[in-house]
Ligand binder design. Structure first.
Ligand code: AVI
Length: 329
């Protein structure tokens, strides 16, 4: 996956048991639900990559624009005159990060980059590509789940400041209280002077939001339905993916886009590996994802609540996306 910090990181290493437990619980719940990390099997990660290139999916393009324009300033402000090392959460193959790495190399000649991800293959690819393409970057990948914090990272004896990158707006796939907890855990793993660079999607007009999650080419629909294909394969289920419609709705009260799969007909689905049968009424939905959109100013407040001092915010001219820098004190 080229986009960083994907919501899959909320699922440790996705062992079979985690899948079984999440599916059993989610399909027994009322209303039915499945966790968004289930999207990111190999096919789902590929579909997500395609989503990031869709004309309607403004997020990746807008954030990339901000990094292109301001990476130098972001690095300078994070460094405060000291050497930086960059840690990226859920790095995947670290596409947009290259802009930040190049800026760090320009600022200080070389940089250590520690991408964290649950996928060792994505990390290995990222290491080979980045070391080949950006001279001056040394990549030290770590296979780990950052959702519990930065405990797996070795203490930094180099005297360099750590700048944690959490870009891509994956913070939006957490419930707000979980997002806050995650930021607090990150803060607890950092030293004074270290920083966090956070990419956050902001509230905007409903039509733009809906289009981004309901694209004309149907890629997001395929991404949503892919979770059923995954359950067919991994849990020996017999979902007919086409018997479920993709629904993306704006929930203004909660400030989030919701994705659902809506059963087109009354049907019974068998998941043989769980020895489970699940009935769906016509029109019944499985809630598969929330993507929270934050009001202007809210990301900085969230950083402050977790103990960071907000020291920089970069937004595009339309005010659609924010990249915020917080410093640990
Ligand atoms: C990974 N995450 C930030 C995406 C989002 O926009 O919430 C996942 C996604 N879901 C549908 N399209 C993209």
């Amino acid at each position: 996956m080229t986009d960083s910090a994907i919501a899959l990181s909320t699922a440790p290493t996705q062992p079979e048991e985690a899948v079984s437990t999440a599916v059993r619980e989610g399909l027994a719940a009322q209303p039915k639900r499945l966790p968004p990390w289930l999207f990111y099997d190999e096919a789902g990660s590929r579909l997500f990559e395609q989503i990031t290139e869709l004309p309607e999916y403004y997020l990746t393009r807008t954030e990339r624009g901000l990094l292109t324009a301001h990476a130098g300033e972001m690095m300078a402000r994070a460094s405060g005159g000291q050497r930086l090392r960059l840690v990226e959460l859920g790095a995947g193959s670290a596409d947009k990060t290259r802009l930040l790495l190049a800026a760090a190399v320009k600022l200080q000649g070389s940089v250590l980059y520690e991408p964290l991800d649950v996928s060792s293959s994505a990390l290995a690819e990222a290491k080979a590509r980045i070391e080949r393409e950006i001279p001056g970057v040394r990549v030290a990948p770590r296979v780990m789940d950052y959702a519990q914090g930065l405990d797996g990272l070795e203490p930094d004896a180099s005297g360099e400041r750590r700048l944690v990158l959490y870009i891509g707006s994956s913070i939006g796939n957490f419930e707000p209280h979980q997002a806050e907890q995650l930021l607090q855990r990150l803060h607890a793993g950092l030293e004074p002077g270290d920083g966090l660079l956070l990419g956050v999607d902001l509230t905007k007009n409903e039509a733009t939001l809906l289009a981004a999650y309901n694209d004309a080419a149907g890629v997001t629909a395929a991404f949503n339905r892919n979770v059923l294909i995954r359950l067919n394969r991994e849990l020996d289920a017999n979902f007919d993916p086409e018997a479920f419609a993709h629904r993306a709705v704006w929930n203004g009260a909660e400030s989030r886009i919701e994705m659902h799969l809506e059963s087109r007909v009354a049907q019974r689905v068998r998941l043989a590996a769980l020895d489970l049968e699940v009935d769906f009424a016509a029109g019944e939905t499985i809630h598969t994802e929330n993507s929270y959109k934050y009001a202007p100013g809210a990301p900085q407040a969230m950083l402050a609540e977790a103990g960071f001092t907000p020291v920089g915010t970069w937004t595009d001219a339309r005010g659609w996306f924010a990249v915020c820098l917080g410093k640990a004190e």
